[in-house]
Design a protein around this ligand. Structure first.
Ligand SMILES: [Zn+2]
Length: 365
């Protein structure tokens, strides 16, 4: 950059610093859409004598007393903050990279400076796409180490399944801030619960109806409508994702599908055709699984995971044996005992559901 005239040296206490000359790079400001003249007008207050222009930034900093340093052609010093990223990207990823990510606060000056120095050096586009994420906020304040209002993912994962955290993150657009709260996590958990309960319902239905031939005319129309809804879902999901990763809309579409599946089941269709329609719906949801890495468990695995996370000291085997005990009590018409077992389990966070095919359990969310 020195050879090409994009940079200049400045003597500082026996060593030299190297600065990038922003005005030499005509595309400066293209990422942050800032105008160089406005920037100059705004920068006049803190004029640094060593620099040709207040916008110039250090590529190499001469070392000051007590600072770490390396030997260099300019004496003792260290790399400027921005150059670290350009140097690593150039060395490890090549002259042009496909996607550069980062927080929205880094657009200016950091990413703008990365572009300036990389493109001045290589004369090639630095990054084909820039993806800037919004902040996680707590009570509308940015979550940060310096504010002390942060906690780690590890801490959150002690209390919630990873899918809950993913669903929470995906429910906002990546460029917007995300307001972090216990309520939001609980809401995400409840959404997942709704999904896994729906899958359990679907699986039961498919098992019962997969070999039943009959379908009435009423069911026939309903199934036809449901099939076309499922087909449209795939298109709508892809459309949302193609629109700058509108994950919130894609999830909205997903939970609309789940609502329709439940309505379909509520209207009690019967037979093989209805089972096939539900299998198609399950397959469509596979797209969500693949793209978002949520919905990856079976309803049973989800509930076993919840036992652990909610610190319920019962194993699935414990619960099954309680259910057998209750079945026996019911067989003997000992309703008091049957009811007591159900209540005791509920107090520990286990819900029993009595169905035609027997009793199932799930963790209360
Ligand atoms: Zn960087």
């Amino acid at each position: 950059m020195l050879d090409k005239g994009f940079a200049y040296e400045v003597e500082e206490g026996g060593n030299k610093s190297v600065y990038f000359s922003v005005e030499k790079f005509s595309k400066y400001g293209k990422l942050s859409k800032k105008d160089i003249n406005e920037l100059l007008a705004g920068a006049r207050v803190d004029i640094d004598e060593r620099k040709n222009s207040p916008l110039d930034f250090a590529l190499w900093k001469a070392s000051k007393e007590g600072e770490p340093w390396w030997n260099s052609p300019w004496g003792k010093g260290r790399p400027g903050w921005h150059i670290e990223c350009s140097a690593m990207a150039l060395r490890l990823l090549g002259e042009s990279i496909d996607i550069h990510g980062g927080g929205a606060d880094l657009i200016f000056p950091h990413h703008e400076n990365e572009i300036a120095q990389s493109e001045a050096f290589t004369n090639k586009p630095f990054a084909r796409y820039w993806v800037h994420n919004g902040f996680i906020t707590i009570d509308k304040e940015k979550m940060s180490k310096s504010l002390g209002n942060f906690f780690t993912i590890r801490e959150v994962l002690e209390r919630y399944d990873a899918e809950v955290l993913r669903l929470f993150m995906l429910s906002s657009h990546y460029r917007s801030p995300i307001e972090f709260s216990e309520d939001q996590l609980k809401e995400a958990e409840a959404s997942l619960e709704r999904y896994y309960s729906t899958v359990a319902r679907m699986d039961e239905f498919i098992a019962l109806n997969a070999t039943k031939e009959l379908a009435s005319q009423k069911d026939f129309d309903l199934i036809k409508w449901f099939n076309s809804f499922v087909d449209r879902f795939k298109e709508r999901f892809e459309e949302a994702m193609d629109d700058d990763f509108n994950t919130a809309l894609a999830l909205g579409n997903t939970f609309e599908l789940i609502r329709e599946i439940n309505r379909f089941l509520d209207s009690k269709p019967e037979g093989q055709r209805a089972a096939t329609a539900l299998m198609k719906a399950k397959e469509a949801i596979g797209l969500v699984k693949e793209v978002f890495n949520i919905f990856t468990k079976t309803p049973y695995q989800w509930n076993v995971e919840l036992l652990k996370i909610k610190k319920i000291s019962l194993t699935p085997e414990d619960i099954e044996s309680k259910i057998s005990e209750r079945n026996l009590a019911r067989k003997n018409k000992d309703w008091t005992l049957a009811d007591r077992i159900r209540k005791e389990l509920l107090e520990r966070g286990i819900l029993l559901e009595d169905k035609r095919e027997g009793t199932t359990w799930k963790v209360k969310v």
